[in-house]
Ligand binder design. Structure first.
Ligand code: DAH
Length: 340
């Protein structure tokens, strides 16, 4: 039996060394170590040995098995490395072939600005909320305290879907949805598309982006409004920018204001761009939330007050990137978009 074991070992060694690929190596593993393999066949005969011989042969058989396993493992590693190398050689890419480059897309400039603004407000503790583009007349006008004869309700200004539904003319209805859903206290912004029956020229488009902000809480005052908006404007346009608050009217705020910022070209000195005034056109509208609006959303105006603001994101995008025609933002001309 000893001779047979040693013979198996020698035979295995010779055959494994000659194996040319992983498949024939696996066949050899089965031939020598498999359930019906040569070594197993010999082990089955152990029963016929004497009690003294059995442990000696047992040990030898184990050594032979370990030797064969080690031989198989070494050969496997060698063949594996060889096959991998061969495969890599065969798969080589010909990088000299001249192919058209596939251009990867990127975010639209408006979306870049939208995300920058949302990020800025999130860092100031605001919740970012989305609202639908198809709104109810109730949310878009009624609950925002717009009088029945307000000119913006007019058919010639608003895209009505039916008597009760329209394409939202502003992002302000998202305030209403947020107050009805979350109550007070609340700090939210919302940015999205709005629609108005506007003539198309280089600063007007029937679809444009707005951002809306709202803060409601106990003892919220005009000082909080001014601090927050000044902070936002400086973060957006730079430390040196100054603001100016002018009285205005919005149905949903009282008092209401428009905010101007110093001209981004001359920083307030006066230049041809700002007509020598040192101020840019209004940047945003804002005010203290009208008590009727709070009441309409189930918030007690005796306990809570708030401020709101809204502005056009297109304008900010145009100023940020030096774009002089709003239509470029919506035409999706690849040559224009590729510049960003
Ligand atoms: N919704 C206004 C508009 O479309 C913008 C606005 C002004 C929003 C004042 C506000 C605000 O929340 O307080 O012109």
């Amino acid at each position: 039996m000893k001779e047979e074991l040693l013979k198996i070992k020698d035979e295995a060694k010779a055959l494994i060394e000659k194996a040319e690929d992983l498949k024939s190596l696996e066949d050899l593993r089965v031939k020598f170590l498999g359930k019906k393999g040569d070594l197993t066949a010999i082990l089955k005969m152990m029963g016929s040995l004497s009690a003294e011989e059995r442990p000696v042969m047992g040990q030898l058989a184990n050594e032979v098995r370990e030797d064969i396993e080690a031989l198989l493992k070494n050969k496997f590693d060698d063949l594996n490395a060889l096959e991998r190398e061969k495969r890599l050689d065969e798969e080589t890419l010909d990088i000299s072939i001249d192919k058209d480059l596939v251009s990867l897309g990127h975010e639209h400039p408006l979306i870049k600005v939208k995300e920058k603004l949302e990020d800025l407000f999130m860092r100031m503790g605001f919740k970012v909320i989305e609202g639908p583009e198809i709104e109810t007349v109730e949310n878009n006008f009624d609950l925002l305290n717009a009088p029945q004869d307000h000119p913006s309700r007019d058919m010639s200004d608003t895209f009505y879907i039916d008597k009760e539904n329209l394409l939202r003319t502003q992002t302000s209805p998202v305030q209403i949805r947020a107050m009805k859903k979350y109550g007070a206290p609340l700090k939210m912004v919302s940015c999205g598309r709005t629609f108005r029956f506007d003539d198309v020229d280089n600063t007007h488009s029937p679809m444009f982006y707005q951002m809306e902000g709202l803060v409601v809480g106990e003892n919220i005052s005009l000082a909080n409004l001014k601090f927050t908006i000044d902070q936002f404007v400086r973060e957006l346009l730079g430390e040196k920018i100054q603001t100016r608050y002018r009285p205005h009217h919005f149905p949903f705020t009282e008092p209401s204001m428009e905010v101007d910022v110093t001209c981004h070209k001359c920083a307030g000195e006066g230049c041809e761009f700002c007509g020598g005034t040192g101020w840019s056109m209004e940047l945003l509208g804002c005010g203290m939330v009208h008590p009727n609006v709070l009441r309409n959303c189930g918030i007690d105006p005796k306990k809570y007050s708030g401020f709101a603001f809204g502005f056009g994101v297109d304008r900010i995008t145009m100023v940020s990137y030096g774009i002089n025609d709003i239509r470029l933002l919506y035409e999706n001309d690849q040559r224009f978009l590729d510049e960003f």
